[in-house]
Design a binder for this molecule. Structure first.
Ligand code: LLP
Length: 429
């Protein structure tokens, strides 16, 4: 599983990715800027596919991690479908050329119009809805009837397993809003004839994100497997697929990431040809972070150094509006100078902060950084490819940064920097 500097490396004292010297790139594009490595995305999905060889699987990339059209196209070329959680994501997926027959729709709060859009996408609607409640099932049924469509669905199972991750991104516990518990799944199956135009084809789970231990996944997969057999016995009809969600954790610093091979071995063992399932069920995966986190960085420029007795502040031109993870979850991102002469001692306890008028606008607290770093220097905030740009906003009327894709020495602006006009689009002036 990827580490922060797997695809970005120091060469001749400066940070390089996909054959491009990033300092050079920034000269023309400015800062802050998101930079992605195409080879990182490709290698990440290829590694996953390689380890799943022999399993009947479909990768539905969790677009919420990073939904830039060019990246979706890149992943689609590698055979990925999409896991969407809104009409906007569905629209993007289709624009990027992902076939609706490769799309699953997750999320606890699908609106009527989003459901109709999904049912009426392509020839035969999307691959499946991951249904989160009895009421949602009723609504999908009535909209499908109205639209004269058949809705394929999976029930999302809440296994009440602790994923041992940050509470904000834990989703598989009973106290979380996600999924349906076992007993309710059985009563829905018993009553399924009440729901017209619905065909139950699978069971899905997703217990949380940034999981660093296999054991909660193992527990959840076993529960999913048992439930699938019980559901089949009850409805006297086979299920076609099992959706194991996403959640595979990557390394943001020195923590040990989940081992991809072991994760895939678990899937082989639990659902593969030699398991009780005999490879009968197609396995859907919804990786987001795994493919994107260490495939991108955010480059920012130091505006000022502010000296205090206890520590210094480096005030940079990226803010919490550009990368929200540290402010929202207290999450750690490695931050390194683009030029490694700026990494030399003496080190000084440093807070790396943005310009936004909130004390939460902070990328690192008390981080030992070289005291040689000064105004004008460039810093790379690593592992920013997942939940970076997609969670960015315009707070403090700050235009969102551009996104650049590097591919074998080629530089492509895959999203332009927002302008002041963009900030006011749709607003009465
Ligand atoms: N499937 C479902 C149903 C999900 O809710 C999620 C993530 C995924 C798949 C993808 O999970 P991944 O493979 O990326 O762990 N903003 C947070 C993460 C939120 C995750 C929400 N759901 C962060 O920056 O850490």
């Amino acid at each position: 599983m990827s580490r922060p500097l797997d695809f970005f490396s120091q060469q001749s004292g400066t940070l390089v990715a996909d054959g491009v010297v990033l300092e050079k790139l920034v000269e023309s594009i400015g800062t802050p800027v998101y930079v992605y490595s195409a080879s990182a995305f490709r290698e990440s999905i290829r590694a996953l596919k390689k380890h799943l060889d022999g399993v009947n699987f479909l990768i539905c990339y969790a677009m919420k991690a990073n939904s830039n059209l060019s990246l979706l196209r890149l992943l689609a070329l590698e055979g990925a479908g999409a896991d969407v959680v809104s009409g906007g994501e569905l629209y993007r997926a289709k624009k990027a050329g992902i076939a609706p027959s490769q799309v699953v729709f997750s999320g606890v709060g699908k609106t009527d119009s989003e459901i109709a859009e999904a049912l009426c996408s392509g020839e035969d609607g999307i691959f499946s809805f991951n249904v989160e409640s009895a009421e949602e099932l009723e609504v999908i049924s009535s909209i499908a009837k109205r639209e004269k469509k058949q809705a394929r669905i999976a029930l999302r199972f809440n296994p009440d397993v602790d994923p041992k991750t940050h509470p904000y991104i834990s989703t598989g516990l009973r106290k979380n809003k996600f999924g349906i518990d076992r007993s309710e799944i059985f009563s829905l199956i018993k009553d399924i004839r009440k729901f017209e135009n619905i065909s139950i084809q699978g069971i899905s789970i997703h217990i949380g994100s940034q999981l660093l231990s296999l054991s909660p996944l193992k527990q959840a997969f076993e529960m999913l497997s048992n439930l699938a057999f019980e559901v089949e016995a009850l409805q006297k009809k086979p299920l076609l697929y099992l959706d194991v969600g996403g959640g595979v954790g990557v390394s943001y610093s020195k923590e040990k990431p989940l081992n991809l091979k072991q994760y895939c071995q678990l899937l082989h063992k639990q659902f593969g040809k030699n398991s009780a399932h005999r490879g009968r069920h197609r396995i859907l995966l919804e990786p987001g972070r795994l493919l994107s986190a260490n495939s991108g960085i955010l480059i920012t420029r130091v505006l000022f150094r502010k000296k205090r007795k206890q520590k210094d502040f480096l005030i940079v031109d990226a803010g919490m509006n550009d990368l929200m993870r540290p402010s929202l979850y207290g999450s750690h991102h490695e931050i390194i100078p683009l030029r490694n002469t700026r990494s030399s001692p003496p080190l000084r306890k440093t807070d790396i902060v943005g310009p936004v008028c909130e004390s939460a606008d902070c990328f690192a607290t008390g981080r030992p950084m070289s005291s040689n770093i000064k105004r004008g220097d460039l810093l790379a905030i690593l592992s920013a490819g997942a939940y970076g740009f997609t969670m960015a906003g315009n707070y403090n009327s700050r235009p969102r940064p551009p996104e650049i894709l590097l591919d074998q020495g080629r530089i492509e602006v895959i999203r332009e920097r927002e302008s002041y006009e963009d900030l006011m689009r749709g607003e009465k002036v």
